[in-house]
Design a protein around this ligand. Structure first.
Ligand code: GLA
Length: 681
């Protein structure tokens, strides 16, 4: 076993990470001391120091400990733990503790329990068993928040308020009668009149016309397909409802405390219930949780996407990775341990893409409960373990990277991403159930990733000034105003790549008649009359020798040139990829899912024409990202392969602490972070 040494903390002046008043980068973890007796607490905190931990999230699931009986508060243990952390120089990310109600609450008030679409109740015994619209739950939760903030609202150890936990992870959609009433109120605010709702929902179809608000229900389980606009509005309502819950907790906190307030987002491939574009402006800082999903082909590329999307939510400013894992999780069908160095690469990818701190769930591996096989900084095996040694190594490196805090990532390319389009595009009764919105976003993202092109993830309607290229994957639902931003960007000299099933419906899920792709016909100079989706494993040959899959359509040129056509099948000779000069810019349309190699080739042409400048030459399997401060660049080169990867950057490597002068080799699975002085290099 390698010897363990106390980490020395970097001295100020260092930039302050995400405005928490702490110097340098944050390195943290969730800590659940209530799962352990006080006997372990001192050892825990001593080991935290050894690992270089400087921010600890506590009281995330603390409710039944802090309020063991209705209205009886017990803060002694929290006092002790907070003081212990403070006396060891460790900041506290203090949970409001409201994530999971204690048994006394759901026993006395079973009306707080959520119901799923078939009307059945979801019972206590797991976590987050509460209805987001329940006034009783909100009342009791806010009482706890008030008691907590009154006690710790100006405690010097507390650096951040952590509202609830992963709001909506399990209870985002509740279909109970209380939720139904709240949904009706939300609809009245949106539509004002029942006629307005009937018009928006297209209730002339299938005899669904409403004559009174009281007739409206959440989209409960039906015999047939559901009204799609009812479903989209229920998704919007449900996201807003939890956001309003967050705001209610935040208001109580802000009344008694000036410490920043946030909650942990879940920008991930498998949870899509919150429209975080609506949430982000309400946060004092943006925090995200991300876990590698080993069900995906290349999990670390989805990690990069999540990090870029989180940076987008933070409007380009630094953000905080609130949770990830040191090794395996416990909730996938097969929970893979990370390979040596993988946790380091995962963590540094988040930092490369704008995180000013990385934290883990959790500090000490549980020995009881559902998560006992989830990895932790301190595993069941104890300190004589690879995971512990790598955690200490990462902590020391995070200390050395303090100067990176506050620097930002700049991109020439923006990818438009929309939770609303995700909800709408993936709904039932569409041309192909094989078309999944996120797959389309990620295919274009991954092609750019492989080329070493950094992309910002932006919301529909975001200002596009400063970008050279905007990529619009399958933006099925888009408002006229948001579509116009893209058209205007191209007219003004920008370049756009728009892929199939974009611009089809308006915000009410109403098809734009006159030909597809509706809102983007003009900027693309095309008009499509019919979709020809392709079956699983079915491909179509394209005139440049590549192949298309998933989608094709009967497309006509109304100004664009055919770049590539279908070479076989029912659409032989019809354009599959088009290029249209529009105003001073160019709009490209991809009417089929181009195979990955051809997509990279096409994007190489498009990015070159748009003037997108790569950071450097990228070897296959390498990830290259740049953060930039006023005086310096930090170039992160991450080697995801089992071979050495060479690069030609000059500067000083903060990982190896060596100068590099134009030729260096990153070890298999390793990372270089090259600091460059912008004036001299
Ligand atoms: C989420 C939760 C944590 C924990 C982890 C396990 O991120 O916030 O409490 O359950 O998942 O991966």
């Amino acid at each position: 076993m390698t010897s363990r040494t106390l980490v020395t903390y970097p001295e100020p002046p260092l930039p302050s990470a995400v405005g928490l008043g702490t110097a340098g980068l944050i390195y943290g973890c969730d800590y659940n001391p209530e799962q352990w007796g006080p006997a372990t607490w001192s050892e825990d905190v001593a080991l935290m120091r050894e690992a270089g931990i400087n921010l600890v999230a506590i009281n995330i699931f603390g409710w039944s400990h802090v309020e063991p009986r209705d209205g009886e508060f017990f803060f002694d243990d929290l006092d002790t733990v907070i003081e212990l952390l403070q006396s060891n120089g460790i900041g506290v990310n203090l949970g409001t503790g409201t994530s999971s109600p204690p048994p006394w609450l759901s026993t006395r008030h079973p009306e707080i329990l959520p119901q799923v679409a078939d009307g059945t109740t979801r019972w206590p015994g797991g976590r987050q068993a509460w209805c987001p619209s329940s006034p009783v739950f909100r009342d009791r939760a806010l009482r706890l928040v008030e008691a907590t903030v009154q006690r710790y609202g100006s405690h010097p150890a507390v650096k951040l308020w952590h509202v609830s936990n992963e709001l909506g992870c399990h209870n985002a959609l509740c279909y109970c009668d209380v939720s139904a009433a709240a949904f009706r109120r939300w609809l009245q605010a949106r539509y004002a009149t029942i006629e307005g709702l009937n018009e928006a929902w297209g209730t002339a179809f299938w005899s669904q016309r409403y004559s009174d608000w009281d007739e409206i229900l959440p989209p409960r389980a039906t015999l047939s397909f559901l009204n799609p606009t009812q479903n989209i509005d229920f998704s919007r309502f449900s996201s807003d409802e939890l956001l309003s819950y967050y705001q209610a907790e935040a208001a109580v906190l802000r009344e008694h405390s000036t410490i920043p307030v946030t909650t942990n987002f879940m920008v991930t491939a498998h949870i899509r219930t919150q429209d975080y574009w609506q949430w982000a402006p309400k946060m004092d800082l943006i925090a995200n949780d991300h876990y590698l999903d080993n069900r995906l082909d290349v999990p670390h590329r989805e990690l990069s996407f999540s990090a870029d999307a989180t940076r987008g939510l933070a409007s380009g400013q630094p953000w905080l990775l609130m949770e990830h894992s040191t090794s395996a999780v416990n909730w996938q069908p097969l929970n893979r341990a990370k390979t040596p160095g993988e946790m380091m690469r995962n963590s540094l990818t988040h930092v490369a893409r704008g995180a000013d701190g990385v934290c883990f769930f959790q500090w000490r591996a549980s020995v009881q409960g559902t998560e006992k096989y989830h990895s932790a900084v301190l595993p069941h095996a104890g300190v004589d373990s690879r995971v512990w040694r790598e955690s200490v190594e990462l902590g020391a490196l995070m200390g050395r990277l303090g100067e990176v805090a506050g620097s930002t990532v700049h991109a020439d390319v923006a990818i438009v991403f929309s939770w609303e389009a995700w909800w709408a595009a993936d709904f039932e009764a569409h041309p192909s159930s094989e078309l999944r919105y996120l797959d389309q976003v990620q295919q274009l993202y991954e092609a750019l990733w492989s080329m070493g092109v950094t992309a910002d993830i932006v919301k529909p309607g975001a200002a596009l000034d400063g970008y050279r290229l905007v990529v619009v994957p399958s933006l099925y639902l888009v408002s006229d105003e948001d579509a116009a931003v893209i058209t205007d960007f191209v007219a003004g000299g920008g370049h756009a790549v728009i892929s199939f099933f974009s611009g089809i419906v308006d915000a009410d899920d109403r098809v734009r008649a006159g030909g597809y792709p509706g809102a983007f016909r003009e900027v693309l100079g095309v008009r499509s009359e019919e979709f020809y989706p392709l079956g699983t494993d079915e491909t179509v040959s394209l005139s440049d020798g590549s192949t298309g899959s998933l989608w094709s359509e009967l497309l006509h040129l109304t100004g664009a040139e055919a770049w590539v056509t279908y070479a076989d099948g029912p659409l032989a000779g019809v354009p599959a990829i088009t290029r249209n000069a529009h105003g001073r810019g160019v709009g490209w349309y991809l009417a089929t899912a181009v195979d990955p190699a051809a997509l990279i080739g096409l994007l190489a042409t498009i990015t070159a024409e748009a003037g997108v400048v790569p950071i450097g030459t990228v070897a296959p399997g390498a990830e290259v990202v740049r953060r930039r401060s006023q005086e310096r660049d930090y170039i992160f080169v991450l080697n995801h392969t089992d071979q050495p990867i060479h690069h030609e950057f000059r500067g000083f490597d903060l990982v190896t602490q060596e100068s590099v002068d134009g030729f260096a080799s990153v070890a298999p699975g390793g990372v270089h972070i090259i600091r460059q002085d912008r004036k001299t290099s």
